[in-house]
Design a protein around this ligand. Structure first.
Ligand code: ADP
Length: 416
């Protein structure tokens, strides 16, 4: 097990053919068309942590994971695994196991051989590691207590190493409950079973770090939720430092000890799921985390009042007075989550809205509303708001409502 440290990690891709400057002149500056995919990433993942990298498609998550794995070469920066600087080490020497979205199993090998493959190869290719390999990891030892360590009568292992491989494969199979599938080929497995085998292959190698790149995205919703829970449980059991890439904020929120939110090659915030939800560092994070997303309303601040238009006047609690001092007389963006807008009574401190859409999910109900003062610049800017209402509160399309804002749940952001 090991901590992983990323220091000023930088990655740019050269221009693709046909994308460089038409003159073709060489300069010291970056050639036109250079794609800066990651810009100065600094991140420490402590030993044993489950860290999720999340962000929209194309923000650089997979590239960062591939740099850690050694599958891609950094443009600049340092990567440590434990106390080893791994910048120049090939993937096989980094003591890392990666699980991919498409499982990457060998189609012509049985489940048993897929899991055993990395173990056998390691014992052949890496002599210096043999002393370390000759011991089963503690979790595997524990699993094997009480289980038979002997082959059926008449059979013998060809070597001590093969016996160890066999024990390790069976221990992993037991851990993942795929013992009955060991003789099958990948094509004879369901998507969920293949993913378990891919996990098994990574676990069997007993690496210092797991890297997982969207491992659940090929599974259907129910299986995804189940496998999500299994992976978290396994990771706790094994205690192996894990870096998990996803674009799905639900996965991030439910799996990560901490989450690093990325956008356009930069980390926006690193925090626990609840910290991100309750204290987003900026508007990008506020919008990315939460379903439906946070609402944003442009407001004018005239201490201690917030104004959106002629009818709405909200007196802010004292706590905001100093925080917002520099915005007095200016426009800023108010952020509020759907569950913190409450259907209330007509009053100047409440927002008048008209219901556009009602979505009842049974246990929850969401409505989409529009600010009713259409002559106001603010009403145009905040085109629609989403509000969570109790499912037994009947709301109809076209109805006029007044929304109160839970003052202590308001966030403020700089205007764009
Ligand atoms: P994510 O995993 O967040 O979806 P990626 O790391 O796959 O994002 O990609 C980040 C950006 O890097 C994208 O804009 C992608 O087009 C670009 N990119 C990835 N690989 C290459 C490459 N080999 N050459 C040029 N651009 C690349």
């Amino acid at each position: 097990m090991a901590q992983v440290v990323l220091e000023n990690v930088y990655k740019s891709f050269p221009p693709r053919r046909g994308e460089s400057t038409p003159s073709g002149k060489k300069t010291d500056a970056e050639p036109a068309g250079t794609v800066n995919v990651l810009r100065r990433i600094n991140l420490t993942i402590p030993d044993g942590e489950f860290m999720v990298l999340v962000g929209p498609s194309g923000c650089g998550k997979s590239t960062l994971l591939r740099l850690i794995a050694g599958l891609e070469v950094m443009t600049g920066g340092n990567i440590w695994v434990g106390d080893r600087l791994v910048n120049d080490l090939p993937p096989k020497d980094r003591d890392i196991a990666m699980v991919f979205q498409n499982y990457a199993l060998y189609p012509h090998m049985t489940v048993y051989d897929n899991i055993a493959f990395g173990l056998r190869r390691r014992s052949q290719a890496e002599e210096p590691r043999q002393t370390q390999d000759s011991q089963l990891p503690t979790w595997a030892e524990n699993l094997l207590v009480g289980a038979t360590r002997k082959l059926p009568k008449g059979l013998r292992y060809v070597s001590d190493r093969e016996r160890e491989v066999d024990q390790q494969v069976r221990a992993v199979a037991q851990l993942l409950q795929i013992e009955t599938l060991l003789h099958r080929l990948p094509k004879q497995l369901s998507g969920g079973q293949r993913q378990r085998v891919a996990l098994g292959r990574a676990i069997a190698r007993n690496p210092q770090v797991f890297l997982m790149d969207e491992p659940l995205s090929n599974l259907d919703a129910k299986l995804r939720a189940e496998t999500r829970a299994q992976i978290v449980k396994l990771q706790r059991q094994l205690g192996t430092t894990t870096i998990y890439v996803t674009h799905d904020q639900t996965e991030a929120m439910t799996m990560g000890d901490r989450i690093a939110i990325m956008n356009q090659g930069q980390i926006q915030q690193v925090a626990s799921p609840l910290e991100l939800y309750n204290h987003p560092a900026n508007r990008f994070v506020a919008e990315f985390i939460g379903t439906p997303p946070m609402n944003f309303i442009p407001v004018e601040f005239h201490a201690p009042l917030l104004i959106t238009h002629s009818q709405f006047r909200l007196t802010l609690p004292d706590i905001w007075a100093t925080a917002l001092q520099k915005y007095d007389g200016q426009t800023l963006i108010l952020g509020i989550r759907p569950e913190h807008l409450i259907v209330s009574v007509p009053a100047t401190k409440n927002l008048p809205v008209q219901v556009d859409l009602v979505e009842n999910l049974g246990n929850d109900s969401f409505i989409t509303v529009a600010l009713t003062e259409t002559d106001s610049q603010f009403a145009h800017a905040a085109k629609s708001l989403q509000v969570r209402v109790p499912p037994d509160r009947l709301v109809t399309v076209g109805e006029q409502l007044w929304l109160s804002l839970t003052a202590e749940k308001i966030h403020f952001f700089d205007p764009d």
